[in-house]
Design a binder for this molecule. Structure first.
Ligand SMILES: *Cc1c(COP(=O)(O)O)cnc(C)c1O
Length: 365
């Protein structure tokens, strides 16, 4: 009996194995492991892919967020509105920048930030709203930008799960003041280790992030440090791998969409897929459903050798480390009890989805 893996990274990287081997050899030839020509090449390709003017490669997605806050001058005394339903890194970056996260609720159908809940949380200390494009779907950009425009706030995109996603035809990375991407191996565009990027149409902001991420170094004089920066750079080898994998991203995202269409047709009715906003074109980082009894469903899938996950069982505002920022957020709390992520990989075969759906259909609830 063959298992259905939750996510098949071996298959994804296997498809580009020969190109990756060549890229590694070429970096080993020139030995410019940091700041090599691969980095600038990938940065301009990725900016163009996102439909944005600039991109800086950084060490990971969490740093990308933190560097955006720092470059926008967001820190001590500021509040940043963050959805409760996100990976903890979104809140972590706010705190690392010295600001306070203000958790708000999500919409019951998409599980993405609720613009009304965000609007109600705005006060005189609010500096920005982070729109987290969770599970591969972009947030309601219209709803959020009307709030940020009205109050003069920055809209920052956490696009760590949304490489290539669109809203109203515009790509993730092109709609906010700046966007943070993660290239953690399991993301839709994944490196061979950690990696991240800041993407923006604001070239001045891109320059500031580039400076801060490279020890605050002047762009023209190597030993002059204009800012108190840090070290957060994308390695040449990771940039080389990412450029190769970027060439396959649209095709892989399309394969994810095809798999989700199959799920939508074959899942039992009690397995409720997260909904898509009418203007959104998601890239389905995760196949998230809400189920009535997760413990029973999970055990049945495990018994059938089917991989599954939970994103996320504890909403950020209920995490022990963030107890100081607690709120009552009923939609995020109910979702945390019910969500479950089904297997999803770009190379997934129709019969694998059928197996997952058959295993679910057999469950007596
Ligand atoms: C993965 C992820 C991050 C953090 O990215 P890293 O590269 O792991 O630091 C931030 N936000 C969200 C929503 C993520 O999924």
């Amino acid at each position: 009996m063959t298992a259905v893996p939750f996510f098949d990274l071996t298959a994804i990287n296997g498809r580009v194995r020969e190109d990756l081997d060549l890229a590694w050899k070429s970096v080993l030839q020139h030995c410019k492991f940091v700041g090599g020509p691969e980095v600038a090449a990938f940065e301009s390709e990725f900016a163009a892919y996102c439909g944005a003017d600039g991109c800086v490669g950084v060490a990971n997605g969490t740093d990308a967020l933190e560097l955006i806050f720092a470059a926008l001058g967001i820190g001590a005394g500021d509040e940043v509105i963050v959805p409760a339903n996100t990976f903890v890194a979104t809140a972590e970056a706010v705190v690392a920048a010295g600001a306070r996260p203000r958790f708000v609720d999500v919409l019951p159908d998409t599980l993405l930030i609720d613009p009304d809940s965000a609007a109600a949380a705005v006060n005189c200390r609010t500096a920005a709203i982070v729109g987290v494009h969770l599970f591969g779907q972009m947030v309601d950009v219209d709803g959020l930008s009307s709030i940020t425009d009205r109050h003069g706030l920055a809209l920052i995109e956490d696009a760590a799960q949304a490489h290539g996603a669109r809203f109203g035809g515009q790509r993730a990375g092109s709609v906010g003041a700046a966007a943070a991407f993660s290239f953690y191996p399991g993301k839709n565009l994944g490196a061979l280790g950690d990696g991240g990027a800041v993407v923006s149409n604001d070239c001045e902001l891109i320059g500031r992030v580039r400076c801060l991420a490279n020890h605050g170094r002047s762009a023209v004089e190597r030993h002059r440090h204009d800012e108190r920066g840090r070290n957060s750079r994308l390695d040449s080898i990771q940039a080389a791998a990412l450029a190769i994998k970027l060439g396959h991203l649209d095709e892989e995202n399309e394969a994810r969409r095809a798999a989700m269409r199959r799920y939508a047709r074959q899942l039992p009715s009690w397995c409720e897929l997260v909904q898509t906003h009418r203007k959104a074109e998601p890239v389905h980082h995760l196949a998230v459903v809400q189920v009535p009894n997760r413990a029973v469903v999970g055990k049945s899938l495990t018994d059938a050798h089917i991989g599954w996950g939970v994103h996320y069982p504890i909403p950020c505002h209920r995490q022990p480390a963030y107890a100081e920022f607690v709120e009552e957020l009923p939609v995020a709390e109910a979702a945390a009890e019910a969500v479950m992520s089904l297997p999803l990989s770009p190379g997934m075969r129709g019969e694998e989805i059928e197996r997952v759906c058959d295993a679910l259909a057999r469950i007596q609830l």
